[in-house]
Design a protein around this ligand. Structure first.
Ligand code: PAF
Length: 282
């Protein structure tokens, strides 16, 4: 596995691969790799000649300095995981100046309202930060295909919009949520849960499955009431939000209209660990 720590050698490598007609699959990350990331590489491996990943903790997508500082960083561990997976040909570990040559600040995008829903409400500017770093990574890595987890469904929608707005020649693929045995969506935050908390946290996915059973059988307000009741009974857990939204616009709905696709989104704080999950309703 090749490791590039600056943009010049990465660019030269990409150029050589392009000249050889290789199709490039790319999965950017912020490190702290887990099985969910491996599932992105696994899909990318099947659909491309070459798989590139990146590890960069992007400062512009953090809303506060403490979160950025506390974000887990262990490059050597991550590189070992990438190598052991056997799916990745090259990894780009850029310096901040490779991605932000002048000033560490976000560009401002118009994601047509996608950025102000759900996560955008409590994290102003977050998606501009994601857009800025992903745009620059795409310009440097020049992938044919790029892979993002559906756990961050709003981010996935925003990256699709970014590519459409900028007319970037890359196809964006969402990869299904990788789940722990008890159904909990895989996340680096799960490590911060105690054993009993982790067991209890399966209620997020179980609730989403129940919502799917209730879909188009009871009304949207009735579903919201039942979800609230479930979490009112959970000790040590606080429901931050539950929303059923249109999959295309991410706008919350109060009614299931014909011909629309819907997805349920949930955010719960288990102790001080913020967990997110979502499920397509069918
Ligand atoms: O999902 C992430 O890990 C990050 O938001 C991303 C897409 C790598 C951009 O920093």
């Amino acid at each position: 596995m090749e490791i590039f720590r600056n943009k010049e050698p990465l660019r030269a490598y990409v150029e050589r691969q392009k000249e050889m007609g290789k199709k490039i699959g790319f999965a950017p990350t912020m490190g702290a790799l887990h099985r969910g990331h491996i599932s992105l590489y696994e899909v990318a491996r099947k659909e491309n000649d070459l798989v590139i990943s990146s590890i960069f903790v992007n400062p512009t997508q953090f809303n506060n300095a403490t979160d950025l500082e506390k974000y887990p960083r262990d490059i050597e561990r991550d590189l070992k995981i990438l190598k052991a997976s056997g799916f990745v040909d090259a990894v780009y570990v850029p310096q901040t100046t490779d991605l932000y040559p002048d000033k560490v600040e976000s560009k401002s995008y118009d994601f047509e309202g996608l950025e102000t829903e759900m996560e955008g409400k409590s994290r102003p500017g977050h998606f501009d930060g994601v857009g800025t770093v992903v745009e620059e990574l795409f310009r440097q890595v020049r992938p044919d295909n790029a892979y993002f987890g559906e756990k961050d469904f709003q981010q996935l929608a925003i990256i699709k919009k970014l590519v459409a707005i900028l007319k970037l020649p890359v196809k964006i693929h969402g990869v299904s949520i990788y789940r722990e045995e008890n159904g909990l969506a895989m996340s680096s935050r799960n490590q911060r849960l105690s054993k009993p908390q982790k067991e209890a946290a399966k209620v997020l996915h179980q609730t989403l499955l129940k919502v799917n059973d209730w879909f188009r059988i009871i009304t949207v307000p009735e579903i919201y009431d039942r979800v609230k009741d479930i979490f009112d009974d959970q000790a040590g857990m606080a429901l931050e939000y539950f929303e059923i939204a249109d999959e295309d616009t991410l706008k919350e709905t109060d009614f299931f209209y014909k011909g629309h696709n819907y997805r349920a989104f949930i955010v719960v704080n288990v102790g001080d660990v913020r967990l997110i999950d979502n499920l397509h309703l069918d």
